[in-house]
Design a protein around this ligand. Sequence first.
Ligand code: PAF
Length: 293
Amino acid sequence: MRTFSTPKEMQLFAKQLRKEGKVIGFVPTMGALHEGHLRLIRKARREADIVVVSIFVNPTQFDDPEDFARYPRTFDEDRYKLEMEGVQVLFAPGPDDMYPPGFSTFVEVKGLDRYMEGAYRPGHFRGVTTVVLKLFNIVMPHFAIFGLKDAQQYYIIKRMVEDLNLDLEVVPHETVREKDGLALSSRNRLLSPESRKQATAIYRALKLGKELIFSGERNPWKVKEEMLRFLKEEAPLGEVDYVEIAGVPDLQPVSEIEGKVLLAVAVRFPEARLIDNFILSPDDRLVWNERIN
Ligand code: PAF
């Protein structure tokens, strides 16, 4: 596996690959790799000649310095996992490589960041879109894969790519879950055994919301209220930041459930904040992200 730490070296290599006609698939990560990341990587392996994975804990997308400090960093283990998966290129820059002194350009996707994560983590998506655009320019991929656990992030990045006429495909990947439904996340490893047990309530609350909607409930407030009540009972250690039902792809809260909607939840446990979602199309009785796979 080739490893690059400076944008210049990585970009030169990407240019060379493109000249040779290679298809570059890209999986951006912040490390602490788990099975969810590995599924994205395997998908990229099937569809690209060369897979580039980046590991960069991006400081500009953390609104809370404590969260940034606590974010798990397992670089040696990650490297080993990438080698085992047959990844050809690792891009692992440091903060100064990505944000040298004088750095002053940021990218913002307006409106889509107004609710849910955007409302609870001010500046988060500005940091995400800025770093992702930089990574796209450095890695020069033909496609990049993003997990749908971060559904709002996926729709925002897709919007940015469209708005800025970037020449690559943004590919979604279904959320990967533990056997009990908990969505895989690098933050899960921070949970105490009791929080871990209660965290399954998030998935069960989403299932409850789905069942209400599929049985004909179209009032979002009623669905949200039931889900909230359920979470309070089943996960007393967690503080619910939000239960939201938003339109797709505009991500604005709906006043009636119709068309495709995002059912999203965020819960703060003492050790870590977790998010999860289902994407539903009630008229066709379709649901994305529910499967335990
Ligand atoms: O989803 C993530 O891990 C991060 O937000 C990303 C896309 C790697 C940008 O830092």
